[in-house]
Design a protein around this ligand. Structure first.
Ligand SMILES: Cc1cc2nc3c(=O)[nH]c(=O)nc-3n(C[C@H](O)[C@H](O)[C@H](O)COP(=O)(O)OP(=O)(O)OC[C@H]3O[C@@H](n4cnc5c(N)ncnc54)[C@H](O)[C@@H]3O)c2cc1C
Length: 541
């Protein structure tokens, strides 16, 4: 077998204080897709932006990593809304990459939902989507049609919520009242409650909410807003970035450099500098102070307000209170698998598998959390990145990869939280190995021919998520998407501290597209009137 080509997936420029080339118009803390989107959009407006990323490669959850001759993604399994040029997601990707990022469609049945013994596919295109569900659930035609109509109604209500994020408080308040008056009554209700208003068929509800792992909250707890946004996002099918997730940062960075900006890796920000009540720059972990009139944080609200804002900063107390109104999202384990044969030979699908023991998601999850060793895994998600990426075989001849994600609370691993990465000891490794074996058994249940073909695997835990992406409880989607989260007016780009802004998934929603919209809104918020043409081009076309 030929060996894989040398890795090109580490992106960004290694930080050294003497490599800085200020003055910069803005500093972005974190190179997640939200931070990169803001930096690239600002660069397109002629602003020189520096991005500081603590990890060894740029991209945040969109980074890829390689080991033992394999490459995996961390937080990108599929993206919706990029199959046609008129969507906001596609327009935004084309804008920030100068059209350099290319997409490959998944199979038309992009998600397969297993409920116990049976499975139902989610199929690309509203008509096909409906037809498949109606075939699987005869007698539920009315509920399925109304469900699709509800998704449309949520999409229609979104502009009000989005615009409110960039309006000054005085205007945002009345706008929220207007949205509340005119939006459908189910908009921000719990997902399960909304669906139980449409049907009593619990299996149908389970299939419709079978993507709950995409936001991390089972349907009884999530807002229908996030459910509908995700379902709509994938309604026209799933797509995968050709070349893998690291292509996102690789194609965005040149756009940031067009106006003199740069993306630095190994660039750990330890504090936001506040002078006379304003954010004026950052202090790096090596003590270097970098100044700029705008500081935009992509590090999430918990990191920004608990760790980066100095104790003496104005409004710190305000934000400490506000942090009590939101929750961190779920944590997970991910099994990264390598196989010494091609995806084609191994017959790996371009379909994501969502495996549930039964339709009662909430009960299965709570039983599992109470007794993980004795209870079946409540959600096992299997993705086949090498099958989705047409360039994989050329880059890694004779190889294939699989990723399996499953719930894995931080508390299971708390005892090792203060130990160094890679040196957490035998007990930790044994605990990981036991879970890895359970996940491999789930894989072999669906793909028995893969038994004996696995060449390499390793399991990440919430401690890995903290170590590489700085989410201290291993949360994978920032904040939980409860109805209450969508009532929080302070989750918006402009903070109460002059010069300090937020970008990324905590602004609007999780997901690559959600974090990018957060990045676009941050650009609009810092640019004032100069950002209006960009807003028009992206939102109106
Ligand atoms: C397992 C998993 C699967 C997923 N699957 C999908 C999917 O298939 N499709 C999809 O659309 N979405 C998916 N997501 C969600 C999506 O990846 C995220 O919602 C999105 O990428 C978040 O982007 P962000 O810009 O908000 O932040 P992040 O990607 O979290 O980036 C924040 C960055 O800030 C850096 N940082 C933090 N503190 C500092 C500091 N002090 N100094 C310097 N840098 C700092 C971090 O290192 C990190 O790189 C998945 C996520 C996970 C974890």
């Amino acid at each position: 077998m030929s060996s894989p080509k040398p890795s090109t997936i580490r992106v960004g420029h290694r930080y050294r204080a003497n490599r800085l080339d200020g003055p910069y118009d803005a500093i972005v803390i974190g190179s997640g897709i939200g931070g990169l989107t803001t930096a690239a959009c600002m660069s397109k407006l002629g602003r020189k932006v520096v991005v500081f990323e603590q990890h060894y490669t740029a991209g945040g959850f969109t980074h890829s990593y390689d080991r033992n001759g394999y490459e995996w993604d961390v937080g990108v399994h599929y993206i919706g809304d990029v199959g046609a040029d008129h969507t906001l997601t596609k327009r935004l990707f084309d804008h920030i990459t100068d059209g350099q990022l290319k997409w490959a469609p998944m199979d038309s049945h992009f998600d397969r939902i297993f409920i116990g013994e049976r499975h139902v596919d989610l199929v690309a295109g509203p008509d096909n989507f409906k037809a498949e569900l109606k075939k699987a659930f005869p007698g539920e035609e009315q509920a399925i049609d109304t469900y699709l109509d509800y998704l449309k109604q949520v999409a229609r209500a979104m502009p009000g919520l989005v615009i409110g994020k960039v309006l000054p408080d005085l205007a945002a308040g009345p706008l929220r009242k207007l949205v509340n008056r005119t939006a459908p009554s189910f908009l921000n209700r719990p997902t399960r409650e909304v669906l139980e208003g449409l049907t009593s068929n619990q299996e149908l509800i389970a299939v419709l909410t079978g993507q709950w792992g995409d936001n991390g909250l089972p349907p009884a707890e999530s807002s229908f807003i996030i459910h509908a946004l995700i379902a709509r996002h994938y309604l026209y099918g799933g797509y995968y970035p050709i070349g893998g997730a690291s292509e996102m940062a690789r194609t965005i960075i040149p756009v940031i450099q067009q106006s003199g900006g740069e993306v630095f890796t190994y660039a750990d920000v330890s504090e936001i500098l506040i002078e006379k009540g304003k954010a004026v720059g950052v202090r790096m972990a090596d003590g270097e102070e970098v100044r700029a009139p705008l500081v935009i944080s992509n590090a999430g609200v918990f990191n920004t307000f608990e760790k980066l804002l100095p104790e003496t900063a104005p409004q710190r107390d305000f934000y400490q209170q506000k942090l009590k109104t939101v929750e961190r999202s779920m944590a997970s384990n991910c099994l990264y698998i390598g196989l010494q044969d091609t995806a084609e030979n191994l017959e790996l699908p371009r379909t994501n598998y969502w495996i549930y023991p039964g339709a009662d998601y909430e009960k299965q999850l709570s039983d599992f959390m109470a007794a993980p060793d004795e209870t079946d895994i409540p959600l096992t998600y299997i993705s086949f990145p090498s099958a989705k990426d047409p360039s994989f075989t050329e880059r890694y001849p004779g190889r294939a990869t699989i990723e399996i994600v499953a719930p894995g609370p931080y508390e299971w691993y708390r005892d090792w939280a203060d130990k160094t990465w890679g040196k957490r000891g035998e007990e930790y490794e044994a605990k990981k190995e036991a879970y890895a074996q359970r996940l491999l058994a789930k894989l072999y249940e669906k793909f028995p021919h893969l038994e004996g073909k696995v060449d390499y695997y390793e399991l990440s835990t919430p401690l890995s998520t903290d170590y590489f992406c700085r989410y201290s409880k291993g949360e994978i989607y920032g904040l939980n998407h409860t109805p209450s989260r969508f009532e929080q007016d302070w989750l918006k780009p402009k903070t109460r501290i002059p010069g300090l802004y937020l970008t990324g998934q905590d602004v609007m929603t999780c997901g690559v597209a959600g974090a990018m919209i957060g990045g676009l809104l941050a650009t609009i918020a810092v640019s004032g009137f100069k950002g209006l043409p960009l807003a028009k081009r992206m939102f109106v076309g």
